[in-house]
Design a protein around this ligand. Structure first.
Ligand code: DHB
Length: 309
């Protein structure tokens, strides 16, 4: 079985799309809900519709991807309506992602969610690297504490946080100390590695237009960083906080590694962008084959059991 849960929320399959990838329209979201995925995540919403950055703003690469989309999305009302109407479709969860450009925007959207009929998981994205002039909140621990303090004064529904990758043990310790003070349902690590720069030596140019070519990295480039964040935060967070592992997943073995590090569920971004919904069936089969060979019947049999030497 590939079943998993986050708090009281059951998923028949631990695989989901990562926010941002093939999840901007109701058509794309319905395709994922009709696939073997355990649920879907909506494109991070802002209070109003946004066109995003100039194109080209995403480039596929042999080892992954770079993007600077700039939060193109249809606005919170569009995604909240979809979430209200489709949570539970095919027995699956809709996770509603929100990414305000300020604390006030996040509070404004979370109030709408609180007052709505949506009873699923909300994912507060504190890690978008691609909005010009805005830094990633997840790197400012005092700002993270401020937004969570304001949020939990009124927000009584289950909340997850999408976080940026951390690279230093002081950062792992610092963010865990903040998060452990709040009733967070889950964290999702990692968002893209922000502000990478891909160079095309042939044209002697950058490969995406916004921000002079700087953009978020995904795919093979980020897997070890993702595994480190899943593992380091599992070792530091209250056991009540679940972890979604995201970063570099393109095979069943990659999922196996994320779960060994402690992931409850996983999300697929870059590779889902390349393959579309058939990826959920392919990776499910690959993971089941690995579990069969190793004699594991459930994810619990090996979750978090990474060995050190
Ligand atoms: C975008 C990218 C992100 O990594 C994110 O978390 C939110 C938005 C974007 O560029 O659209």
């Amino acid at each position: 079985s590939l079943a998993a849960h986050i708090g009281d929320y059951q998923f028949d399959n631990l695989l989901l799309n990562a926010a941002g990838v093939r999840c901007s329209t109701t058509d794309e979201l319905n395709k994922t809900l009709d696939s073997m995925a355990g649920g879907c995540v909506t494109k991070s919403a802002t209070p109003e519709e946004r066109a995003g950055n100039e194109s080209p703003r995403m480039k596929a690469l042999p080892l992954g991807s770079i993007n600077s989309m700039g939060l193109p999305n249809h606005g919170i009302d569009y995604y909240l309506k979809f979430a209200e109407e489709n949570q539970g479709k095919n027995g699956k969860q809709v996770i509603l992602s929100i990414a305000g450009l300020s604390i006030d925007q996040n509070i404004e959207m979370l109030k709408k969610v609180q007052e709505s009929s949506f009873s699923g998981l909300t994912e507060l994205n504190l890690s978008c690297p691609n909005v010009k002039g805005k830094s990633q909140v997840g790197y400012d621990f005092d700002a993270v504490r401020d937004v969570l303090t304001s949020t939990f004064k009124f927000f009584k529904k289950p909340l997850g946080l999408k976080l940026p990758p951390y690279f230093d043990f002081n950062q792992f310790n610092g963010i865990a100390e903040v998060l452990n003070d709040f009733p967070i349902t889950y964290i999702n690590v990692i968002n893209s590695i922000g502000n990478g720069l891909v160079v095309d030596p042939e044209t002697e140019s950058v490969v995406i237009k916004p921000k002079g070519g700087f953009g978020g990295l995904g795919g093979d480039y980020v897997k070890p960083t993702a595994l480190a964040n899943v593992r380091a935060l599992r070792q530091r967070l209250n056991p009540e906080i679940s972890i979604i592992g995201t970063g570099g997943i393109k095979s069943g073995m990659d999922v196996f590694e994320h779960v060994l590090c402690g992931a409850n569920l996983v999300q697929i971004g870059t590779a889902f962008g390349y393959e579309g919904t058939p990826i959920f069936e392919r990776i499910s089969k690959e993971l089941k084959d690995i579990m069969d060979k190793k004699g594991y019947r459930t994810l619990d049999d090996f979750r978090g059991k990474l060995k050190t030497i």
